[in-house]
Design a protein around this ligand. Structure first.
Ligand SMILES: Nc1ncnc2c1ncn2[C@@H]1O[C@H](COP(=O)(O)OP(=O)(O)O)[C@@H](O)[C@H]1O
Ligand SMILES: [Mg+2]
Length: 288
């Protein structure tokens, strides 16, 4: 039995808990009721109700891209040099310990929000402009990274929750060249679906991307499924860019990584995410 529950108030959550479903399938991280934040996964754990995906602690580790980078770096994974610039203070140029060009984006966020042609920065003036835009428009700290000029990939990860074995599903994502000849997966490219998604045919590269994806997923304490973004530097070495432990489950990059690597249909993918958790938590039969 599968039911759709719309949660608009705290009472809806309480009712859900009373119903005690065997599994909750949701892409919501938290609710805000009268200014109080309630993390769905914390709430469900408190009521011993299984849910798909990673727990609150792991989602916190990936949410802040600076924190995620420091954790994967500690685990020995390669990621571009970076600095997080806080809202106040003198020109960020004075904190830079890396050469231009650099890449500037909000330290928190997704869907390439805040990422545009101005993210690729060649000098102090451009740096100040882009950081100011991120502060003023998004009210967010800025992550300034070494620019990775090579090809771009994303690695879907599936964990078999009984054996804990990880399967990596790399795809290549190619954005069109912008006016300056750079390929950025920026907000407009994603919004207008202008990027191409293809299979990674080269076996050595496939293995390198898979290894990096699996290590990053493990370093961040991901569970069940996720997606790791990777870019090559000028020398062709894969670098961790960011992790998505709650990747979109419509027909986006995660789904495409499943289709391209494992030949799954959309229904196969959704059912696998359900059965994986139900089997691992010893529940069964009835689903809601
Ligand atoms: N250090 C970098 N060098 C070059 N391009 C980058 C860098 N960081 C991000 N990008 C580009 O910006 C895109 C979005 O960045 P990402 O951190 O994945 O944000 P989002 O969470 O919005 O997907 C990436 O897919 C990539 O094309
Ligand atoms: Mg991304």
């Amino acid at each position: 039995e599968v039911r759709i529950t719309e949660i608009t108030t705290r009472e809806c959550l309480t009712k859900l808990a009373k119903r005690k479903p065997n599994l909750v399938f949701s892409g919501v991280k938290y609710f805000e009721f009268n200014g109080d934040q309630i993390w769905l996964n914390d709430f469900l754990e408190l009521h011993n109700i299984p849910y798909i995906g990673s727990n609150h602690a792991a989602l916190d580790r990936e949410h802040n891209k600076g924190l995620a980078k420091s954790l994967v770096k500690k685990a020995g994974i390669v990621t571009a040099d970076y600095v997080v610039v806080k809202t106040s203070g003198v020109s960020a140029h004075n904190h830079l310990r890396m050469a231009y060009p650099v890449f500037v984006k909000p330290v928190i966020g997704g869907d390439s929000i805040g990422i545009d042609e101005l993210s690729l920065v060649f000098n102090r003036e451009q740096l100040d402009v882009k950081i100011k835009q991120i502060f003023n428009v998004l009210n967010c700290d800025a992550l300034v990274e070494r620019y990775l000029m090579g090809r771009e990939f994303s690695v879907g990860i599936l964990e078999d929750e009984q054996s804990r074995v990880l399967t990596a599903m790399p795809i290549e994502i190619t954005a069109p060249k912008n006016n300056l000849g750079h390929r950025l997966l920026d907000f407009d490219v994603k919004r207008l679906d202008r990027e191409k998604v293809t299979k990674v045919k080269n076996k050595t590269l496939h293995k390198k991307l898979s290894d990096l994806g699996k290590s990053a997923f493990a370093a961040l304490g991901g569970r069940s499924f996720g997606r790791i973004d990777i870019k090559l530097c000028a020398k062709g070495l894969p670098h961790f860019v960011e992790a998505n432990l709650m990747p979109g489950l419509s027909k986006g990059y995660f789904y495409r990584s499943c289709v391209i690597n494992l030949g799954m249909t959309y229904d196969d993918m959704i059912l696998l995410l359900c059965s994986n958790r139900i089997n691992s938590s010893g529940e069964g039969k009835k689903t809601a």
